[in-house]
Design a protein around this ligand. Structure first.
Ligand SMILES: [Zn+2]
Length: 344
């Protein structure tokens, strides 16, 4: 399988995040990809494709232009104002406060775009997230050119980012950008399957009123898990999109056998949708050792997951999302891809 590596993956490197009331080192950090590369090397994977630059157009097909402009330039402004630390806003325009995107205070401006306190903006945030999106688009290109599958190995993740909001470690939604690009490039229908532990709220929101993208997410129940406000099974889409969003929230402690059966139970709906391309938001934070998640998947389970994804028999773009147990992350990711390949 072709693997596209976002070579700028380490540029975004936050000093810390606010997690359950404490300032802690960022769970989402470059060692995640370092570790995957080490493991892949041990398995003989040493060739990586560099992302092509498709520019801003496919990003702006999904994200609001003022939001993209903010992400692109806020660090320079923050630095020019004399700041030397990461930008983490401490006021948010929630609960009806006016969201003035042009506010002269950079903290306030960031607070109109952020929805959580875990996502610092750093010197390299734009560079990393921009090239993560380009990496996803390059993986799509590989599939469009006839590859059965391709994998975008990148960070930061993207599936929590809305059209004009960042949070949950996500800035640009690479998964949504790739899904939209697939349509722009000729696909009639795209299915996004989000297997990350957390609900793909950003992807859901972006395609919520639409029937050309079926969004499916299996995840930790929002009663007890990020992103809390979204991810319930009553969220089925709106207008033309009604029936084209499937959420499967699962309780803390869920094992792979339960998850796998849930995916099996909706596989007829996925087949019936008739997608031309499958985009997999590949998080492995469903792992039993993950420090911020509560499922109990084992490393061997990811082989089965890959086989199950292959059974959809669609050209498939895998895009790296979460996974925070840095030791086994590489083996877990490798197993999904190997399981997919084995199921030829
Ligand atoms: Zn996650």
């Amino acid at each position: 399988m072709r693997v596209i590596l976002n070579t700028n993956y380490a540029s975004h490197n936050g000093a810390g995040e606010v997690h359950h009331g404490e300032l802690v080192p960022c769970f989402e950090n470059p060692t995640r990809i370092d570790s995957i590369l080490q493991t892949f090397k041990a398995y003989g994977v040493t060739e990586y494709q560099t992302p092509e630059d498709f520019g801003l157009e496919p990003i702006l097909a999904v994200h609001d232009s003022d939001y993209v402009d903010f992400l692109q330039h806020i660090w320079q402004e923050w630095q020019a104002a004399g700041n030397t630390v990461d930008l983490i806003p401490y006021i948010w325009s929630a609960s009806g406060l006016p969201a003035n995107h042009n506010h002269p205070s950079l903290n306030a401006r960031a607070g109109t775009y952020a929805f959580s306190s875990d996502s610092p903006i750093t010197a390299g945030t734009w560079e990393s997230t921009y090239w993560a999106a380009q990496s996803a688009l390059t993986a799509l290109q590989q599939v469009n050119q006839g590859q059965r599958a391709a994998f975008s190995l990148s960070r930061p993740p993207g599936h929590h980012a809305h059209a004009g909001l960042y949070g949950g470690y996500c800035y640009l939604n690479s998964t949504a950008i790739a899904a939209q690009a697939a349509l722009t490039q000729g696909a009639s229908k795209v299915c996004v399957l989000d297997v990350d532990y957390h609900h793909g709220n950003g992807t859901q929101d972006i395609f919520y009123p639409r029937s050309d993208v079926l969004t499916v997410s299996l995840h930790g129940h929002p009663d007890t898990n990020f992103p809390y406000f979204l991810g319930y099974d009553t969220e089925i889409g709106t207008g033309d999109g009604e029936g084209y969003n499937i959420n499967i929230p699962l309780p803390d402690g869920t094992a792979f056998s339960t998850w796998s059966k849930q995916l099996h139970d909706i596989s007829d709906r996925i087949h019936a949708f008739g997608a031309d391309v499958l985009i997999v938001a590949l998080g492995v934070d469903t792992f039993e050792g993950d420090p911020i998640s509560k499922f109990t998947f084992t490393t061997a389970d990811y082989l089965t997951m890959g086989q199950q994804i292959a059974a959809f028999n669609l050209p498939t773009v895998f895009i790296m999302e979460g996974g925070y147990d840095v030791g086994p992350i590489g083996e877990n990711v490798y197993n999904v891809l190997a399981g997919f390949e084995l199921a030829k």
